[in-house]
Design a protein around this ligand. Structure first.
Ligand code: AHG
Ligand code: MN
Ligand code: MN
Length: 329
C-alpha cells in the first residue's frame, strides 16, 4: 500500500475531494483536477440522457457503423458528442481518441493531456434497461504543447496513464477513478446534482467465487480457458455476465472475481479494445491490488500499434487471474 493514500471521509463531494487531493499530492498544476471535473460533468449529462431512454427517441440503432464495423446506437453517438464537447470546453485535453471515431480529434489548443474514451460501454444493454458505462484514460502528451497532435501522443502504453476511470450508470450512477494513488468511488446524488465519496481506497478481494465470461462462445475458446472454466465449475463458483464490461468489472472489484474476454477462433485478439477499455480498467485493477493480463502479458505493458487494437483480457482478483493464467501452456 502506498503511503500517499489518504483516508478522506465518506460523504465529501467530488469537488472537495479533488481539491484536497491536489493540495496533498500536488499532482499536475490543477489541470488534471479540472479535467476530472469536466469528465464528471459530462457523466452527469450522459446520465440524464440515459435515464430518459425509452421515453424519448434515443434508444435503438442509428443506422450507421463505427470504424470497427459495429452498429452504432443513438446513445453511443450522443455520449461521444457529450464527452468531446465537455473536454473541448474545458481546454485541458488537447486530443481525444474515441471508440466511436476513426481518427484523433485534435482540439488544437494548449492542453497537455490526451484522452482515450469508450463513451458508452455495453451498447447492447441500452435498450433493455441494464447497466452501461463510460471508460476513460488520461495520458500526458509527448509532443510539444500547441503543435499538431501526433499518433505517438496516443499510442502510449497503459503504464503511462496519469489517470483513468469509469462511470457506471447502474442502480445508482458512480464515478470510480484513480490518479495512481488508490482507487476512489463516488456515487451520484441526482436530486443534488453532486457526486459524493462512497467508496474510499477501494481494494479488490485477493480471491472470489465469481467468474464472468461469455460462455456462449465456449466452442471457440482456447483449451487453457476451457480448463479454467472447468476449474471454476469444479469449485462451485458462480457465473455472472452482464455483457457491459464496466458493470461486470465493478461487481468483481467490490466482491472479488475474474472477468475474461479470451481470444476465440473467430476473434483471435478478443473483442475488447486496449486503448478505450482494457488500459483504464487494468490501471484501476492494479491500484486496487488486482491484476490484468492478456493471458500472457501485463496489459499495462502492451505496446499499442493502432488506435482500435484489441487484446484478450483477464482481469480481477489477483489469485484468480494467476490461477487462470496457470492453465496456459
Ligand atoms: P461496447 O458497447 O463499448 O462496444 O462494448 C461492449 C463490450 C463490453 O462491454 C462487453 O463486456 C462485451 O462487449 C460483451 O461482448 P459479448 O457480447 O461478445 O460477450
Ligand atoms: Mn466497450
Ligand atoms: Mn462503446
Amino acid at each position: 500500500m502506498e503511503d500517499s493514500r489518504i483516508a478522506l471521509p465518506i460523504g465529501i463531494t467530488l469537488d472537495r475531494f479533488i481539491k484536497r487531493k491536489q493540495e496533498e499530492f500536488q499532482y499536475a498544476t490543477g489541470e488534471l483536477s479540472q479535467l476530472l471535473r469536466d469528465i464528471a460533468l459530462a457523466g452527469k449529462v450522459v446520465n440524464r440522457e440515459i435515464n430518459k431512454a425509452g421515453l424519448i427517441n434515443i434508444s435503438g440503432a442509428i443506422g450507421t457503423q463505427n470504424v470497427q464495423g459495429e452498429d452504432q446506437q443513438k446513445l453511443d453517438v450522443l455520449a461521444n458528442i457529450r464527452f468531446i464537447r465537455a473536454l473541448t470546453k474545458g481546454g485541458e485535453a488537447c486530443a481525444i481518441v474515441s471508440e466511436e471515431d476513426e481518427e484523433i480529434t485534435d482540439l488544437k489548443n494548449q492542453g497537455r493531456y490526451v484522452i482515450a474514451i469508450d463513451p458508452l460501454d455495453g451498447s447492447s444493454n441500452i435498450d433493455v434497461n441494464v447497466s452501461i458505462g463510460t471508460i476513460f484514460s488520461v495520458y500526458r502528451r509527448i509532443t510539444p504543447v500547441g503543435s499538431p497532435v501526433k499518433k505517438e501522443d496516443v499510442l502510449q502504453k497503459g503504464i503511462e496513464q496519469v489517470a483513468a476511470g469509469y462511470l457506471l450508470y447502474g442502480s445508482s450512477t458512480m464515478l470510480v477513478y484513480t490518479t495512481g494513488h488508490g482507487v476512489y468511488g463516488f456515487t451520484y446524488e441526482p436530486s443534488l446534482g453532486e457526486y459524493f465519496l462512497s467508496h474510499s481506497d477501494m481494494i479488490i478481494p485477493a480471491t472470489g467465487k465469481t467468474y464472468s465470461i461469455n460462455e456462449g462462445s465456449y466452442n471457440g475458446f482456447p483449451e487453457s480457458v476451457k480448463s479454467y472454466i472447468q476449474f471454476c465449475k469444479d469449485n462451485n463458483y458462480s457465473a455472472r455476465y452482464i455483457g457491459s464490461l464496466v458493470a461486470d468489472f465493478h461487481r468483481n472489484l467490490l466482491k472479488g472475481g475474474i472477468y475474461i474476454y479470451p481470444p476465440t477462433t473467430k476473434i483471435p485478439n478478443g473483442k475488447l479494445r486496449l486503448l478505450y477499455e482494457c488500459n483504464a480498467l487494468a490501471f484501476i485493477a492494479e491500484q486496487a491490488g488486482g491484476i490484468a493480463t492478456t493471458g500472457t502479458q501485463r496489459i499495462l505493458e502492451v505496446e499499442p500499434q493502432e488506435f482500435h487494437q484489441r487484446v484478450p483480457l483477464f482481469i480481477g482478483s489477483k489469485e484468480m487471474v494467476e490461477k487462470a493464467q496457470s492453465f496456459h501452456t
